[in-house]
Write a protein that binds this ligand. Sequence first.
Ligand code: NAD
Length: 252
Amino acid sequence: MSGDFNGLAAVVTGGASGIGAATVRRLLESGARVAVLDLRPENAPEGSLGISCDVGDTGSVRTAVAEAARTLGGIDVVVNNAGIGAQGNVAANDDDEWDRVLNVNVKSVARVSREALPHLRKSANAAIVNTASIAAAAGLPERVLYSASKGAIRAMTLAMAADHIREGIRVNCVSPGTANTPWIGGLLSKSADPEAERAALNARQPHGRMVEPEEVAEAICFLASPRNKSTAGVCLAVDGGMEGLRLRPVGE
Ligand SMILES: NC(=O)c1ccc[n+]([C@@H]2O[C@H](COP(=O)([O-])OP(=O)(O)OC[C@H]3O[C@@H](n4cnc5c(N)ncnc54)[C@H](O)[C@@H]3O)[C@@H](O)[C@H]2O)c1
């Protein structure tokens, strides 16, 4: 895909870590100019433009998207990737926590997209890629709020794709399985037995390991690439088969 994004400008939210950072590096390698909208812009990958932004705040998003468009000379690609976790069953989180997580994980996608749309409409190669999760497609224990937020992303992706396909803006999403990012590293370090927890997460995916952030970045770049202009409204799983496969236990 080298050079696929030559001349194009991309905005990646949450691009300072994990899946977002791998996506930024992949886009830069492929010729894009890239702005990273993140709470920690100082960690944006080398070669990208780090912009301080809280995707949970409308004013912050408005200012950051405008700065990205001005500095990059437009916006062709938006990757709505910033997100936070939430744990527990349906009774575990109070209304404030529901509002906080849905604000950052769901309303942010509307905020960033609506600010970017006027710029995307001027592009001949416009694409939005959202980051959903296996949690939207499979029932995972203790993840009710997080799953709700990612289910919304899947549904929004389809509705957004329908609204914008005729104006030449393609919208798709990726659905990663458990990915080997600082987020998961942080969760593991808090567990009583991090090695056992890591082994359990590896074993949950049919290919026997966590997904690497670079693998998700590859899928995001496929969906965003001008070479794939017939792909719209798709949710591309990058989960080692976790969503669709039903293996027999090892040895049977
Ligand atoms: N890691 C996984 O197992 C996994 C699996 C499926 C989906 N996802 C999704 O992938 C995305 C990225 O996850 P990751 O594992 O790379 O996480 P990460 O924690 O490594 O990176 C997330 C980035 O988002 C930024 N961020 C968080 N809140 C923000 C806010 N309000 N405004 C701006 N930036 C903010 C953080 O500063 C960080 O740089 C998330 O949407 C997550 O839900 C992750």
